[in-house]
Each structure stands twice: as structure tokens, then as C-alpha cells.
Design a protein around this ligand. Structure first.
Ligand SMILES: [Fe+2]
Length: 245
């Protein structure tokens, strides 16, 4: 079921953020084991999709996220999405596509696992042990233009992440012309399915925080701002029309 299917529109609830926020809006939609090691099928066949290495050590985000939390999230959950995806696409046309193409073009279980594989890889880069602070350059200017101020953006993004019902992701996304929006999307859904380019995301599936924060999603989201990787987000914004991701 493609999210751009008009039949899905009624399942979306679009909240306009008000005149003070310009054109910014919030979309609510119901709807390794070892990094860097090439996965091998039985018999030694190369698997089409490989979980990339974590861009920092498992304990690099302490005290925000413990090593145990990262071990489960990266080493178990993220790894499993790659493993499942490889099993699902074996011998199928999707095995010849890039992961981004699979995310944009697939449905059902293939989409769920491809989306989660792509989203998590993107998410790890949205955090950094040297992160925090405020956005810079043209991304800072766009945030101010589209949300009124960085503080207003931060509150709107946090609210979207905390109030998303069930499992999913809060995203900052850009149109081709650079207009920004916050999207709260369920399960494996991603701005790529709406022809928008992801700029920043936080995973609010319970598996992302339960070991460290139990059911306190609000504290988990608040802590995200201490590690947020604005350099990565700025690079994604600048390359939105020729994405490397
Ligand atoms: Fe996750």
C-alpha cells in the first residue's frame, strides 16, 4: 500500500502549525550482529544488503544511551532488519536495487524491513558524541524561516516525537526547494515515500529507549538534543537534491 495512494489520504491527519510557523507543518499518519561485515548466505552467496558499521563506538553516547541499549538496538534490532530483508529479496528484482530504491518502490514486508534498515542507518548518523548545540549555516536560516525560531522548531519536533502513537519516527524533512517540515510517521514510514528528503530523525520505537528509559519517551527525546548531529543534518540539507544517502 503506497502512502501516496489517494485512498490513504483519509488516514492522514495534517495539522497546520499556524501562521507564526509559516509553511511548516506536522504530518501525523496512522497507518551486528557485526557492523561492516558482509553477510553471507548459506553456501557463501553474497547478500545484497549489508548493515553499515556504527559511526562511533557502542558506548560513545553514554550517558544518553548505554552500551547495552546500543548493543540491542544496533546489534539485534537493526541487524535483524537487514537479515530479514536479504531473505525476502533473495532472487527477486529488489536484490539488484539500491536500498533507497527498495524503500521507495516496495510494499509489505519488504518495505517494512527495507525502511527500517535505511531509517536506522540514517538515525545513527543523526547523533554524535560531539553533538548538541544548535544548527548552523543555511539549515539554521531555513529552520528560523519555517518554524519561527530554533526553540520553536525544537519544541515542535519533540512534541511530534513524544506524541506519535505507537511505534515510528519523527523526521525533519525538506522539499526540493528547501522548505522544511516535521513529519511524525508510523512504523517504517519515511519522508522518502512523500518525495521529501530526510534531514534529521529520532527513532521512537520502544526498543530504542526501553532499556535506559523504560516507558519515559519524553526523557529519551529530551536527551536527543544533547547528542544531535547538526553537521550531518546540514550536509543532508545542502545535498537534498543530489542525496548521497
Ligand atoms: Fe529502532
Amino acid at each position: 500500500m503506497h502512502p501516496n495512494d489517494p485512498s490513504q489520504i483519509s488516514r492522514r491527519k495534517v495539522l497546520t502549525a499556524g501562521a507564526s510557523l509559516g509553511c511548516a507543518w506536522v504530518l501525523l499518519r496512522g497507518t551486528g550482529e557485526a557492523g561492516g561485515v558482509l553477510l553471507q548466505a548459506k553456501g557463501g552467496t553474497k547478500m545484497p544488503f549489508t548493515q553499515p558499521p556504527l559511526p562511533y563506538a557502542l558506548n560513545a553516547l553514554v550517558p544518553y544511551l548505554s552500551e547495552e541499549q546500543m548493543q540491542f538496538h544496533y546489534g539485534r534490532h537493526h541487524a535483524a532488519y537487514f537479515r530479514n530483508l536479504n531473505a525476502l529479496v533473495e532472487g527477486k528484482p529488489e536484490a539488484e536495487m539500491t536500498l533507497r530504491e527498495v524503500v521507495k518502490r516496495s510494499s509489505g514486508s519488504v518495505f517494512n524491513n527495507a525502511g527500517q534498515a535505511w531509517n536506522h542507518t540514517f538515525y545513527w548518523h543523526c547523533m554524535s558524541p560531539s553533538g548538541g548545540g544548535e544548527p548552523k549555516g543555511e539549515l539554521a536560516a531555513a529552520i528560523e524561516r519555517d518554524f519561527g525560531s530554533f526553540q520553536q522548531f525544537r519544541k515542535a519536533f519533540s512534541d511530534a516525537a513524544v506524541t506519535l502513537f505507537g511505534s515510528g519516527w519523527a523526521w525533519l524533512a525538506a522539499d526540493a526547494d528547501g522548505r522544511l517540515s516535521i513529519m511524525a510517521l508510523s512504523n517504517a514510514d519515511t519522508p522518502l515515500r512523500y518525495d521529501k528528503e530526510p534531514i534529521l530523525t529520532i527513532d521512537v520505537w520502544e526498543h530504542a529507549y526501553y532499556i535506559d528509559y523504560r516507558n519515559e519517551r519524553g526523557r529519551f527525546v529530551e536527551g536527543f538534543w544533547t547528542v544531535v548531529n547538526w553537521d550531518f543534518a546540514l550536509a543532508r540539507y545542502k545535498q537534498r537534491n543530489q542525496p548521497e544517502w
